[in-house]
Write a protein that binds this ligand. Structure first.
Ligand code: NAP
Length: 291
């Protein structure tokens, strides 16, 4: 019987949590939406296929589970779907939910994603289940989405943004999640809400310089005007409400919303958080033109 359920297991953070638990030799159950993603999961976990909208499958996924890692994608259904998972976890007798939220989560936040996380956090707090909320800043893995632009055009595009970001390595978020899921303690774990950052604030201009070293050709940060950024996201198929929120998110980031660091990752893991240079070097092949 596997007592830990990792949701979003085929996604960015869920997949990294799966890997972090596998490295620690812990067997887990993984929830994925699509059957065809099951074979590629790290560590060959027990797999349940299901959607957060499908109560029957959720109940099946949670049967016998004590601890849950909860993550979902930003979007209009996020609050209802994460709350449905929490309600099903209550019914299943789950004792701990570790939820991915975001730095800035607040009912009055200027960014819809952050208000949505605040609503789920409140539902979780009222559920009676013990919970730990992870509030990461900007995930370094966002940079991977720009790899084709870096390789082909020497550009790191973004909506307007000159303020630095205390961006965090997604593998550090996963290591913290694994630590908490396994009952690890630490000064901050008992505080319930963990603000996770990298070791230092960096601008996208500085990231572009690092990418240039890695790619072997100059890379420039291109802060596109909002209309141009909007058009580029639409062309990539990003849903309209998400496009609008991403622009509001970058406006908040440009005001310095993610500029400050915390010591939480180091306090919990007993080692320094990894920096963006380390992250980019681990993913260097994605940014380098084909030989
Ligand atoms: N990116 C950032 O800088 C950042 C910063 C702070 C917080 N966050 C938060 O991190 C979360 C995103 O994490 P991520 O990077 O791991 O995203 P991701 O790669 O998109 O993963 C989300 C996972 O949720 C699964 N999922 C979505 N809807 C589902 C549904 N209805 N039923 C079952 N599974 C469903 C997806 O399944 P599929 O694999 O089938 O798509 C996917 O595996 C968001 O809540 C965001 O607010 C992100």
């Amino acid at each position: 019987m596997n007592h830990i359920l990792v949701t979003g297991a085929a996604g960015n953070l869920g997949g990294r949590v799966l890997a972090a638990l596998h490295r620690r030799g812990v067997p887990v159950r993984a929830l994925v939406r699509h059957d065809d993603r099951a074979g590629a999961l790290v560590g060959s976990p027990e797999v349940v296929v299901g959607d957060y909208d499908d109560h029957h499958r959720l109940t099946h996924a949670l049967s016998g589970v004590h601890r849950v890692f909860l993550v979902s994608a930003n979007g209009p259904a996020q609050v209802a779907q994460e709350c449905a998972v929490i309600d099903a976890a209550v019914d299943a007798g789950v004792s701990l939910v570790v939820k991915v939220s975001a730095h800035g989560a607040d009912p009055e936040a200027p960014v819809g994603f952050w208000r949505a996380h605040a609503a789920v956090e409140r539902h979780l707090a009222q559920s009676g289940i013990r919970s730990v909320v992870l509030r990461p800043t900007y995930l370094m893995s966002n940079l991977l989405g720009e790899a084709p632009q870096v390789r082909q055009h020497g550009l790191l595009p973004s909506p307007p943004l000159s303020a630095p970001l205390a961006m965090v390595d997604p593998d550090d978020v996963a290591d913290v999640a694994a630590h908490v899921l396994l009952g690890g303690t630490g000064p901050d774990v008992t505080q319930r809400t963990l603000h996770l950052t990298g070791p230092e604030p960096v601008t996208l201009g500085a990231v572009a310089t690092l990418l240039g070293e890695i790619a072997g050709h100059p890379v420039q940060h291109l802060a596109a005007p909002p209309e141009q950024a909007q058009a580029a996201m639409r062309a990539q198929g990003v849903a309209e409400p998400v496009v609008a929120e991403i622009l509001r998110l970058f406006a908040a980031l440009d005001q310095g919303a993610y500029a400050a660091t915390t010591t939480t990752v180091a306090d919990i893991l007993g080692r320094a958080p990894r920096d963006v240079r380390d992250f980019l070097h681990r993913h260097a092949h994605l940014f380098q033109p084909a030989a």
